[in-house]
Design a protein around this ligand. Sequence first.
Ligand code: NAD
Ligand code: MG
Length: 406
Amino acid sequence: MKPKRISILGATGSIGASTLAVVAAHPERYRVSALAAGTNHAAMAELALRFHPEIVAMGDPTAAERLRETLQKILGTRAPEVLEGESGLATAAAFSTDLVVSAIVGGAGLLPTFAAVRAGHDVALANKESLVMAGNLLTDEASRRGVRILPVDSEHSAIFQCLAAGRREDLDHVLLTASGGPFRTLGARELEMVTPEQARNHPNWDMGAKITVDSATLMNKGLEVIEARWLFDLEPEQVRVLVHPQSIVHSMVVYRDGSVIAQLGTPDMRPPIACAMSWPERLPLDVPVPDFARLGALTFENPDTERFPCLALAFRAMREGGTLPAVLNAANEVAVDAFLNRHIPFTGIPRVVAATLDAHPAQSLDSLETLLEVDRAARQTALALTRKSAGKPAGKSVAEPTQRRA
Ligand code: NAD
Ligand code: MG
């Protein structure tokens, strides 16, 4: 069998590492074609030496230059071409391959993901932000090009697998599970005091900094709700959320006869990644099955959108639609960054997002140009809000969010 060629955007990150672990476990099945990342040239040099990509791209031109020097020194004329900047990332995404794993974090993944789809490549999507921002622009482009967008996110992989158990027309709704994050049981006052170090310490999953904070605010679940809407072509009311602190049930699908199909497993990103890489075949992986007897109980509860308003804000953005999910995403990226840099408190994140949503009412999302313009404007608003808020007493800085129940 000819090896399947895999390109990885965001190769030096957490999803990149899990993807390469699957590749390394099955060298006869997979070959790396292109690798791309942002700034970490040392990590990329190691990956390039180990996995022999045909082409490499770094978003940061200085990092690209360093990488070129290192690879030239070691590999001489056998060194792969190193591209740089936004156009380099797009070229790497479009480079000849069988599957592109889109795993850059945040809005920076949008244009590379589009470039992969436009080049006619199937995409294994981890970069949920691109689908939240672009919604139907991305799914329409994928249908026009006849390419598949396969879920990598564990919840969406679970739904994808559960949907194989029935007919689409018999589907009632989907239930996305959420761990609830590290602050599930904290009171409102305690949430004001949470530090970046505490927020970066997720109880069940080992992930990049941004998604770990998103998991703590429940914005990650909000982004996933919107992601599910587009991936599976659902109506907003068909997407629901259930907190499940053990992270063993990765999500569920409810059929009209009341049957609930769930997908379970140890919290590890290799199975959902491998699923996107090999579906409908399942690869042997060195991943333990949950020890159910030891777990004893799996528990479920409704999310609390009073303490975690980000989830309600995401539902609002999904329902109002158009450009609003892109505004939500942009504001969240700026706010999370400000929180990690200690400019705003943890509870400032939903406040910044809510105030940014209020300042940029939904327009119709008619083109990528509109999207980029709205994204830029929303980031500016959010940045101004975080600056205004810096130096003021924690949490009293920007308008209270409009709290709606999910
Ligand atoms: P991470 O921070 O560990 O890695 C991010 C990757 O993106 C790195 O390779 C980095 O170099 C690259 N990158 C960042 N900015 C860039 C830029 N401007 N240009 C080019 N490359 C850039 O993040 P992660 O945890 O691997 O998450 C990646 C994506 O996958 C996110 O969208 C996240 O929501 C999604 N995701 C992650 C997990 C997980 O378990 N880590 C699970 C589900 C979904
Ligand atoms: Mg997830």
